[in-house]
Write a protein that binds this ligand. Structure first.
Ligand code: SF4
Length: 212
């Protein structure tokens, strides 16, 4: 990364981290995804269980591979096939030590902006796992909540629709139609403005483009 971009990202991230602290969330900044991998390895204690939800960033950053290699129990919901297995998997996810996700956007004020269709990802953010670790590339930073929602509809959803084949207007035309389609990814819109539980939510900002 060039020096100008690197300095600007760090300065912005430091401002967001101060706002996160006011919201009882612990912020970190890593210049690269490899630095984020090392930070996560230091945060997650030996033997702690790990799960994740709908996050391209978790794989793309190398964090998933590193935690797997470190021997953590990895709770992968995609490994469940029957309804019974899915029920059991959900129970294990809810009681995991760590839940990893990205965020659809993070504001300069430290609010997390997320949408979800099935809402399992957001359910785990809101309650359950002992710790939540949000890993977000600086491409996810927006001015405010309204810009975050706009980012979801104009950037995150068209890309996720193309990835997941949701058959929604944002896949078929590339433009949000504020739909009520069967595969709608915007059933829930959640703004995390504060965490009641000290030390539960970590946010790692990374000075690279990660995820959608
Ligand atoms: S409301 Fe529907 S069309 Fe708009 S971004 Fe969400 S899923 Fe796509």
């Amino acid at each position: 990364m060039d020096n100008v971009r690197s300095a600007a990202y760090r300065t912005t991230a430091e401002s967001i981290i101060k706002k996160l602290a006011l919201r009882n969330m612990i912020g970190h900044y890593c210049e690269t995804a490899s630095d984020a991998v090392e930070l996560v390895r230091a945060l997650v204690a030996n033997g702690e269980s790990v799960t994740w939800g709908g996050s391209v960033t978790f794989s793309q950053s190398g964090v998933k591979d590193a935690l797997t290699a470190d021997g953590h129990p990895m709770i992968d919901r995609m490994a469940a096939h029957t309804p019974e297995e899915q029920d059991e998997m959900w129970r294990r996810q809810v009681s995991a030590d760590w839940f990893f996700m990205s965020t659809n956007a993070i504001t300069l004020n430290g609010e997390l902006v997320n949408i979800d269709g099935n809402a399992n990802r957001l359910a785990l953010l809101l309650h359950g796992p002992k710790h939540v670790c949000v890993i977000a590339g600086m491409n996810k930073v927006v001015a405010d909540v309204e810009s975050g929602i706009k980012r979801v509809h104009t950037v995150a959803c068209p890309l996720n629709a193309a990835r997941l084949h949701t058959n929604t207007p944002c896949e078929l035309t590339g433009v949000c139609a504020n739909c009520h389609a069967e595969g709608c990814m915007c059933c829930q819109e959640v703004i995390t403005r504060h965490s009641r539980h000290e030390g539960r939510i970590h946010v790692i900002l990374v000075g690279e483009d990660l995820g959608y």
